[in-house]
Design a protein around this ligand. Structure first.
Ligand SMILES: *Cc1c(COP(=O)(O)O)cnc(C)c1O
Length: 400
């Protein structure tokens, strides 16, 4: 049996591979340089070009580009009217921003448990937690697989809740044949370098709702408007504008927008490659009893942003941490997505306690995010498969 590097064997590969990496080509670089040579570094033509492209791509009516995915979530909560005293239901298996956006608005995040097979927010848990104070649901398309939008939308319509989809992972995915971004009341995107499409930083909110759209525009720029229809005082002169609400500066630069536009031109090849890698992993790991594959709902045609290896700990002699470290010794540098949000000290101090979402907590103990990105070579993919198989087989429990 092949000896793991962590106990003195030779590693599967000599150089480290990480769980994610951006892919930037000459067209991307040229697109940014062109903006730098132009008249507008911000508030220029690239912003509306990107917004139109996102609408064309997803079928959403409106898109509002902004500084990052977190800003997009905050804007969406503001547009939804989330405020002090409200509750916003989300999942704990996500990046903190999906819950922080409620806190920014003075509302309280409420954590729903996950479906243990898909790892996405469980609509039944959302139903149970919905009460008088519930204002919105922030559903995360975890790993890029669409959340169960049909059930969630039906539930939100019934109770007058706003469905905000945290689509930071979801670009390139379709739900029931429609692009994610054209289904929920608002969908937020992130263009962080580790996501499928990047702008360095960047985000966007997609919506079909004109009222939300106008609010998103206003809150993106300080609550300041030049639209005479929104003004309350008499127009003082051609220079005149008014601040009519308290907004932020959540604008994206034109350099970022140009980079995102150029990256979006490659979305179908990005998507194809990610699907190939996921298929190779699924085929290889499907044969290992020490591993449980993430279940795909038939409604979701998924471009996976993350590949989650879930360990079947009853079939292993080691735990997640030891498995993680063993992969690291093979030079496969992984990550864990995510630590349940309410485990963090900040949330603890707000009164959240362990035990809230048992399925999410169990999942957290068993997961490792493997390398998954466009620029991985076939050799990289084989190395990851070889390393996972090596560790799983070497540390298999005596009785499988
Ligand atoms: C990345 C991410 C965000 C935040 O996006 P930023 O662009 O980094 O601010 C929010 N939610 C999820 C699920 C994410 O993965």
């Amino acid at each position: 049996m092949d000896k793991p590097a962590i106990c003195g064997g030779s590693p599967v590969r000599e150089t480290k591979i990480f769980y994610g990496h951006q892919y930037i080509d000459d067209a991307d670089i040229q697109a940014v340089v062109d903006v730098l040579k132009s008249d507008y570094l911000t508030c220029g033509p690239k912003i509306s070009e990107l917004e139109e492209k996102l609408c064309d791509l997803t079928g959403a009516k409106y898109a509002v580009a902004c500084s990052n995915g977190t800003a997009a979530l905050h804007l969406a909560c503001m547009a939804a009217g989330v405020c002090k005293g409200d509750e916003v239901i989300t999942t704990p298996i996500t990046f903190a921003a999906s819950a922080n956006c409620a806190l920014y608005c003075g509302a309280r995040p409420v954590f729903a448990d996950i479906n243990e097979e898909t790892f996405n927010i469980d609509p039944k848990s959302v139903e149970i937690l919905t009460g008088e104070k519930t204002k919105a649901v922030v559903a995360v398309d975890f790993t890029g697989q669409s959340a169960e939008l049909d059930s969630l939308l039906t539930h939100c319509r019934k109770h007058g809740l706003v469905l905000i989809e945290d689509g930071a992972h979801v670009i390139g995915t379709k739900y029931n044949g429609k692009w994610n971004g054209s289904i929920s009341d608002m969908t937020t995107l992130s263009f962080h370098p580790v996501k499928t499409v990047t702008g360095g930083e960047g985000g966007a909110v997609l919506t079909d709702n004109e009222e939300y759209y106008q609010k998103l525009l206003l809150y993106r720029t300080h609550g300041i408007t030049r639209d005479p229809e929104l003004m309350e005082h008499e127009i003082d002169g051609p220079w005149y504008y008014e601040q009519v609400a308290l907004g932020m500066n959540y604008r994206m630069t034109d350099m970022q927008a140009a980079l995102v536009i150029s990256q979006l031109n490659k979305l179908s090849v990005f998507s194809k490659r990610r699907k190939e890698i996921v298929k190779a992993y699924d085929e290889a790991f499907g044969r290992l009893p020490q591993v449980i594959l993430q279940k795909e709902i038939p409604e979701s045609d998924t471009t996976r942003h993350l590949y989650i290896l879930r360990l079947n700990l009853s079939k292993l002699k080691i735990d997640r941490k030891q498995f993680f470290e063993a992969l690291g010794a093979e030079n496969i540098c992984c990550n864990v997505h995510y630590i349940p949000v309410y485990y963090f000290p900040y949330y603890e101090k707000l009164g959240y306690k362990k035990g809230l979402c048992p399925k999410a907590e169990k999942l957290y103990e068993e997961i490792i995010s493997l390398p998954l990105y466009y620029a991985m070579t076939d050799q990289d993919v084989q190395d990851v498969i070889k390393a996972v198989t090596k560790i799983a087989v070497y540390y298999a429990a005596d009785e499988l």
